[in-house]
Design a protein around this ligand. Structure first.
Ligand code: GLU
Length: 280
């Protein structure tokens, strides 16, 4: 079977060595003639994404010698796909509106002494899940805009234990309930990374999702969404995260490892590949 992989950067900064590694990793796994390597721009957040960063991504990837099958999927052009999925989940009572502010959530977590998940995320304490339909309507009439949260317990009743196929390790079992009622549509942008990425992996026909191991902990969320939305199930492979000399994750804010500045300083593609190799 031919394989389809992708690289899915967010244009919130210039690409650094870690992104270059991730893109090369994905393309290398689509090496047969019938395989495809696709590119997706994850630009759902207009407050953080910039056109110049998007153009920088294309320029850096081309300079590194990568090529991808057109068209590039830009998430901001497909918001209707995410709304449709949300409508389906709403019809099946798997999401609910949440009017909480961040401060209110933090206050309730502290009051009730709720521990963060095993991944360090703050787990939503379920405040708005208890609202009646009339209370929800009243808040909306007052002009409050809600986020939409997944009713994790209801979704899990549907799916049972989640399994995913790790391309290296085989079958992995995971319990997505540790994440609690995650946001599927933010108040401001009406979607979220989890929802958009999962739907796009399906719509782009991705058969092998490759990404950094820092995201391995949310793969069960994506598998759960695939189950409740009847989407295809890809395999997963999580690669190492490049760290700097102090052992810290590379940052988009630091120019010392940005491909643009390294290019500007006269480094060649081979030197950059060697730099990546030495960091692995
Ligand atoms: N846009 C995400 C990032 O830049 C990609 C996540 C993924 O590959 O699923 O971290």
């Amino acid at each position: 079977m031919s394989r389809v992989t992708r690289f899915a950067p967010s244009p919130t900064g210039y690409l650094h060595l870690g992104h270059a590694y991730s893109a090369i990793f994905a393309q290398k796994l689509a090496k047969n003639a019938s395989d495809q390597f696709l590119l997706r721009i994850e630009d759902i957040d207009p407050t953080r994404c910039r056109k110049e960063f998007e153009q920088g991504i294309f320029a850096d990837l081309k300079w590194l010698g990568l090529d991808w099958l057109e068209p590039v999927r830009k998430q901001s052009e497909h918001l209707d796909d995410y709304s449709l999925a949300l409508a389906k989940l709403d019809e099946e009572n798997l999401i609910y509106p949440c009017f909480c502010t961040r401060a209110k959530i933090t206050e309730e977590i502290e009051r009730a002494g709720i521990a963060p998940s095993s991944y360090g995320e703050a787990v939503y304490p379920g405040i708005c899940k208890k609202l009646t339909a009339a209370e929800r309507e009243e808040l909306i009439e007052k002009g409050q805009v809600p986020a939409l949260r997944l009713d994790m317990a209801a979704a899990f009743r549907r799916t049972g234990v989640i399994e995913w196929k790790d391309h290296e390790k085989g079958k992995v079992r995971s319990d997505p309930r540790v994440h609690g009622d995650i946001v599927l549509a933010r108040k401001d942008i009406k979607t979220s990374y989890h929802l958009s990425a999962t739907i796009d992996d399906h719509l782009q026909g991705i058969t092998l999702v490759t990404r950094g191991e820092d995201l391995a902990g949310v793969t069960d969320i994506h598998r759960l969404l695939q189950e409740i939305l009847n989407l295809n199930e890809p395999e997963y492979r999580h690669h190492k995260i490049l760290k700097d000399k102090r052992g810290k994750k590379l940052s988009k804010r630091s120019s010392s490892t940005s491909i643009q500045s390294l290019r500007g300083a006269g480094y060649t593609q081979t030197e950059i590949i060697n730099m990546i190799k030495s960091m692995l």
